[in-house]
Design a protein around this ligand. Structure first.
Ligand code: HEM
Length: 287
């Protein structure tokens, strides 16, 4: 029986590292992918296949496509489809570095490491702005049916968001709470939050049909910059996509307040294979 990659559902680790790879032209990715699958357990290492890689392999993965870039109302929400995502989960930066060097060597020369992003769990799951993140994630069986198909595969949308801490700090605490729609101090939802509040834009029950996602976002920091590596898993990309469109004001012209303090700088989608016999089952890719 195929099972999901357990790292997707597990509690977030203290540290993680995301590796985003591009496919080098005129190379056969199959031996590298087979070697990667052989060292992937779905827990310490979660992998995702991008739409460009699926296309290169002539594989038709249901529901996998590049994210739609959105330019509206002065916003620029990029689509940066990379071929392969490796999510290394751990507790020790040195282990993560050694593990990622092993993966890079194994995937070369077919794949080129395009971006490495170190992430961490901030204050038990708060965003760097101090707000609790993940409160309205589905629980128990609902989390499983939200995140996975019946065969244990999953699709994930990933965006790196860069915060504008100066813009955030310049706001009063009421204005900050109104951006999110929750009080930072006690995480209570605000009854009188404006329509632009993030939790109003993304209210999962407010879509028809409902649009639930399994969020597994983590903070990132490099020098004095930082933000959120947003990750939303689902049995399809639809829930993420309708939320993103509503955040960008494409439904009603109302833009999510979050854009006042943060901007997405990448946008990827990946198919996360199920585990069969302890390793990712890449047979849907023809491997
Ligand atoms: C800088 C980027 C982001 C930050 C800092 C952020 C932060 C938050 C916070 C603090 C909450 C409230 C607590 C919770 O339920 O988790 C929340 C809720 C939520 N966010 Fe985000 N978020 C970001 C981007 C996104 C994006 C891009 C999406 C999807 C397109 C999204 C989807 C959601 C959903 C579905 C909820 C729960 C809404 C509900 O049903 O109540 N978020 N987010």
């Amino acid at each position: 029986m195929p099972t999901p990659q357990t790292g997707i559902l597990a509690p977030l680790p203290p540290l993680a590292r995301s590796l985003f790879f591009a496919l080098n032209p005129a190379t056969d990715p199959r031996p590298a992918l087979q070697a990667l699958a052989a060292i992937t357990d779905g827990s310490r290492l979660v992998i995702g296949i991008g739409p460009t890689l699926a296309t290169a392999l002539n594989a038709d993965i249901a529901g996998l496509h590049p994210l739609e870039p959105i330019t509206a109302h002065g916003l620029s929400i990029p689509s940066t489809p990379r071929a392969l995502w490796c999510w290394l989960r751990g507790t020790d930066r040195g282990e993560l570095l050694n593990h990622s060097r092993q993966i890079e060597a194994l995937l070369s020369p077919a794949f080129r490491l395009e971006q490495t992003l170190d992430t961490f769990l901030h204050r038990h799951g708060r965003d760097l702005t101090g707000y609790e993140d993940g409160t309205e994630n589905p629980e128990g069986d609902a989390a499983v049916t939200t995140a996975f198909t019946s065969t244990g595969t999953s699709l994930v949308a990933i965006q790196q968001w860069t915060h504008d801490f100066s813009a955030f700090d310049a706001l009063s605490s009421d204005e900050q709470d109104n951006i999110v729609g929750r009080r930072r101090d006690d995480n209570e939802e605000l009854d009188d939050a404006p329509a632009s509040a993030h939790v109003k834009r993304t209210a999962q029950e407010g879509f028809a049909p409902e649009a639930f996602v399994w969020r597994r976002s983590m903070s990132w920091a490099e020098g004095q910059n930082g933000g959120l590596l947003f990750a939303a898993f689902g049995h399809s990309l639809r829930a993420f996509e309708v939320q993103m469109r509503r955040m960008a004001g494409l439904d009603d012209g109302i833009i999510d307040g979050l854009f006042r303090i943060s901007q997405p700088v990448t946008g990827d989608s990946f198919w996360c294979p199920a585990i069969r016999n302890s390793h990712p089952d890449l047979s849907p890719l023809g491997l």
